[in-house]
Design a protein around this ligand. Structure first.
Ligand SMILES: [Zn+2]
Length: 168
């Protein structure tokens, strides 16, 4: 795994944590000493994704993380938070693994997680990945935030990602 900051190929493991679904490793780049996380999943069978143009591609946690990192630039969101987002998205994807899953669905799942994490990151991610093409689309994305639907909507009834009670 290359360092996301400087692309140096070598890093050392500074911390390791096992969860129900994965082993997380905090790594430190041997070149620039920046820290990042990698994680290996145990049993998720993840679906192949279907893109808008119909082409298929394997799901990639790295791609998802790259998009999330971009949306969260200069926001108070930690690498651990983003790991939680990815793990929660994958947990949901694994449940849909017996059918085709579109890249939009993955975007929508990630968006759902971001909403409880950081509103600015949520809006950034939404504008890029959630097919926001018109002011009306954008309103649809903003409205839940304005009306505090994060807490009240029935659709949002499950616990926020980062407060997942299954996590130690
Ligand atoms: Zn580095």
């Amino acid at each position: 795994m290359q360092c996301p900051s400087c692309q140096h190929p070598e890093s050392k493991v500074v911390d390791s944590r096992e969860t129900r679904d994965s082993v997380r490793r905090r790594r430190e780049c041997l070149a620039c000493t920046s820290r990042f996380t990698t994680f290996e999943r145990v049993a998720f069978r993840l679906p192949t994704l279907v893109k808008k143009d119909g082409r298929r591609q394997p799901y990639s946690a790295d791609k998802l993380l790259a998009g999330l990192r971009l949306a969260c630039r200069k926001r108070p969101v930690t690498a651990e938070h983003l790991d939680e987002v990815v793990i929660n998205v994958e947990r949901e994807l694994a449940r849909r693994a017996d059918r085709d899953v579109t890249t939009e669905e993955v975007g929508a799942l990630a968006l759902h997680e971001l909403r409880s994490l950081d509103h600015v990151a949520y809006l950034r991610f939404a504008s890029v990945y959630h097919a926001v093409r018109s002011p009306q689309d954008f309103l649809g994305v903003i409205e839940p935030l304005l009306h505090g639907a994060v807490e009240s909507s029935a659709r949002e009834a499950r616990a926020p990602a980062i407060l997942d009670p299954d996590e130690p």
